[in-house]
Every structure is written in C-alpha cells, then in structure tokens.
Design a protein around this ligand. Structure first.
Ligand code: SAM
Length: 312
C-alpha cells in the first residue's frame, strides 16, 4: 500500500470516530499526515516527497496502532508523539503541560510586537509559561533579551527545562516557580506575555476529552474565566518598565474580560488580530495599567506605585 492511500484511509477513520482536533491540527487529514510521518520517522513538512512511497506490512500496522490509540484514548496527538511544533519550532510535550498552541506565537513570528514596542525588549517575562514555548520563541525573536518563564506548576516547569536545553537557552532563559507575579519578586520587564488559564466554568464542562486530558490548572479560569487575570492585572503595572507592554491571550472570553475590566474608566486594550480572529489577544501599555491601577486601587498587601509604575 502507498503511504498516501493509508493516510487517506486513516483520516477517514479519525473523521468517523468523532475525535476532536485543535492541538496542532484542525482536521482529520492533517492529523493523519502528522501521525503517519512521525510514526515512519519522516520529515513532517514534506508529504509530497514521500506520498508515493510503498509501506511494508509492519509500517502499516504501526501507523494503524497509533491511530487506534488516538481514537480510543482520545489523547491529543502531541501526547502520543511527545512533540509539538509552534511557528516551525519543535517542543517537547507530555501530560505535565498543555499542548502549546498560543496565538501569541503568531505575533512573535510576525514581528507585530516589535512594532508595538518600537524597540527590542531586553527583559521579557513569559508568565504561565507551561512547556516554555513562548519563552523560547521570545528568546529567539530577541537574541539580546534576558527571558524569564514563570509558572505555578513544578511539573510544567520540568518540561520547560527540557525545552530550554533543547534550544540551548540555559544562559538566557530563567525558569521561576510561583503563583502569578509572586514568582518574579520585584523584577521589571519591557514586555510581559501571558497565556493564562482563562476557560470559563461553563466551557470547562463542555470540553472534549482531548482537552480534559490536559492539566486543568492550565485551562480553568473559574466562573467567568477571569480568576487568574483579576489579580494579575491589578499587579502588572509594577512589573513593567515605564514604556513596557503587556500582551495577554484571552481566547473567546472578550465578553467576560469587558464585563470585568471595561466600562467607564476601564481598560481599553489594543486587540491584536490573528488567525483566530480579532479579539483573542490584547495588548496594554504600562501607562494604561498604571492609570487603571491608580483608579481601582492596589490589591491588599501590594506596594504603592510610583509615577513610573515601578514598585518603590
Ligand atoms: C494556558 S497554559 C499556557 C502554557 C504555555 N504558555 C502555552 O502557551 O502553551 C496556562 C499555564 O498557567 C499555569 N498557571 C495556572 N495557574 C497559575 C498561577 N496561579 N500562577 C502561575 N501559573 C499558573 C499553568 O500551570 C499552565 O502552565
């Protein structure tokens, strides 16, 4: 049997089984291609070059067994292959972290954030770093930058450490553990990127099994999806340089975000369009966060802000 014929047959099987996509591919054919090329040890980006290749019986059985697992265990494909790609960059992945798919990666690759910042950032924080993919992409985008990746989950940080080593970034990427911004103590950044847990409670209950296989800590944003974001935004100004920026992913939660932070004297973010639409990623300059924090008050236990927004 030729590879392309087996891929088409396995794609049909995936389609009929009703598995859910969204962890690196969006449809059954692409998922079958990925799993087929991976199981045969072939480059993942050249189906055309190998499509007519003849498969041995053993190779066929190997791929069929992998697709069987995908269908019966309902795990994201990346948990089976132990690898995910983001903007062409490979990352180690396993059940200790979610499968990386942040839309912020598109903005890092497109150079949008350079336009926003107007200069190269030298200090960058990837808050809620998970497997460290955004932190690694930041370090690649700005070779002069010192990058911190912070997460509450020690397990996710262990995966991030694997990716830091894989990409040779031990000197420029520091991994920090803690709850939200507490992990970074008094550090101040030119740019904070953050893809936090933001799925609201109703959506959490409706998640397909593939998403339920990921750590709930990475997804669950509480009743309105804003449980992490509320304390984070109220503290963010003090961790940004005066001309710094925050880039925050909120997925489909714009209505909840606006209910929580909009209105008169509320936050007015810049929405950054990407492949998911126009309102899944937002950007806020430090000065807007400083003004907003001054109006809404600092959280209990927080240090007062000076005029530049940096903790005094
Ligand atoms: C949506 S995942 C993002 C992971 C990674 N940045 C990515 O884009 O693939 C959210 C991450 O936030 C972490 N997290 C959840 N609650 C946290 C908290 N209170 N403080 C710090 N990190 C937290 C989770 O462990 C998870 O790794």
């Amino acid at each position: 049997m030729k590879l392309i014929a087996l891929i088409e047959a396995e794609a049909a099987r995936l389609q009929q089984s009703g598995v859910s996509f969204g962890h690196g591919t969006t449809n059954a054919f692409d998922e079958a291609v990925w799993l087929a090329l991976w199981s045969l040890g072939l480059p993942l980006d050249d189906l055309e070059g190998v499509a007519q290749r003849h498969l041995s019986d053993q190779e066929q059985r190997q791929l069929q067994a992998l697709i069987d697992r995908r269908i019966h265990e309902r795990l994201p494909a990346a948990y089976l292959t132990r690898e995910a790609w983001l903007q062409g960059v490979p990352f180690h992945v396993d059940e200790r972290c979610i499968v990386p798919r942040s839309l912020i990666a598109e903005h890092l690759a497109d150079g949008d954030l350079d336009d926003l910042l107007g200069r190269e950032p030298t200090r960058v924080l990837d808050l809620c770093t998970g497997n460290g993919s955004l932190a690694v992409l930041c370090a690649m985008a700005w070779p002069q930058a010192q990058v911190d990746g912070a997460d509450l989950s020690a397990e996710a940080l262990a995966v991030a450490a694997i990716n830091r080593e894989r990409h040779g970034l031990q000197d420029r990427l520091e991994l920090l553990q803690g709850d939200g911004l507490a992990a970074v103590h008094n550090r101040v950044y030119d740019l904070i990127v953050c893809n936090p847990p933001y799925v609201n409670a109703q959506s959490m209950q409706a998640l397909p099994r593939e998403y339920q296989a990921e750590p709930a800590l990475a997804l669950d944003g509480g009743a309105d999806g804003m449980d992490f974001i509320r304390p984070f935004l109220s503290r963010a100004a003090r961790h940004l340089a005066p001309s710094g920026w925050l880039v925050l992913e909120i997925g489909h939660e714009r209505p909840h975000f606006e209910a929580a932070f909009g209105g008169p004297a509320g936050l007015e973010p810049i929405w950054l369009p990407n492949s998911s639409g126009v309102d899944a990623v937002l950007a806020l300059p430090a000065e807007a966060l400083v003004a907003w924090s001054a109006q809404t008050g600092t959280p209990k236990g927080g240090a007062p802000l000076n005029a530049s927004g940096v903790s005094s």
